[in-house]
Design a protein around this ligand. Structure first.
Ligand code: AR6
Length: 184
């Protein structure tokens, strides 16, 4: 599915984020920036050791790790994307502990960093909805709202893709984008 937001394109597709040829892809990392499972594992495996080396350098100035909702960039290593933007989504703990605000911050900070770096096209995974157990329907509303708002407020990013791993997740994101749940 594709939508226009101002002069930018918003695309929803099913696939593997590590295969995207956008200028940047976003990693749903953890605070350590030292890798993990899910998207994080796939990105480090396919992108190679250079990504982890740059993460180690970043950690020198962030001894306590990357705070939830913040974003940093490294090379894309051997990936098609030249850059990886690493962010940390919130761990779901019922929904009344600031999770929506933290998730929104993660998307916005990735986009703000991308804009600053001159990145025109970027792919996002569904941050926090795997190991961090954020319910996907709720997350889709926060994610799409954050991106639509950002694109409405800023020019420079030409395309944002959501790359959903499963057909089910794609369907949820499509329903949210189409439905009453997200007016814009
Ligand atoms: N392409 C696109 N989406 C994917 C891919 C892929 N290659 N692989 C998994 N997904 P998760 P989180 C989907 O767990 O919830 C890691 O261990 C997946 O099905 O990757 O933010 C980190 O190191 C799910 O829908 O991220 C952290 O410790 C979504 O991506 C922790 O997991 C996000 O799942 C972060 O958890």
């Amino acid at each position: 599915m594709e939508a226009s937001v101002g002069s930018a394109k918003l695309k929803l597709l099913q696939g593997d984020i590590t295969e995207q040829g956008t200028d940047a892809i976003v990693n749903a990392a953890n605070s350590s920036l030292m890798g993990g499972g899910g998207v994080d594992g796939a990105i480090h495996r396919k992108g190679g050791a250079q990504i982890l080396e740059e993460c180690r350098l970043i950690r020198r100035s962030l001894p306590d790790g990357l705070p939830t909702g913040d974003a940093v960039a490294t090379t894309g290593g051997r990936l098609r994307a030249k850059k990886v933007i690493h962010t940390v989504g919130p761990v779901w703990s019922g929904g009344n502990n600031g999770e929506p605000e933290m998730l929104e911050r993660a998307y916005r900070n990735c986009l703000a960093l991308a804009l600053k770096m001159g990145i025109k096209t970027i792919s996002f995974p569904s941050i926090s909805t795997g190991a961090y157990e954020y319910p996907v329907e709720k997350a889709s509303r926060v994610a799409l709202r954050a991106v639509v708002d950002f694109l409405g407020e800023n020019t420079g990013i030409e395309e944002v893709r959501f790359v959903l791993h499963s057909k089910h997740d794609l369907w949820i994101y499509e329903e949210t984008l189409e439905g009453e749940k997200l007016r814009y």
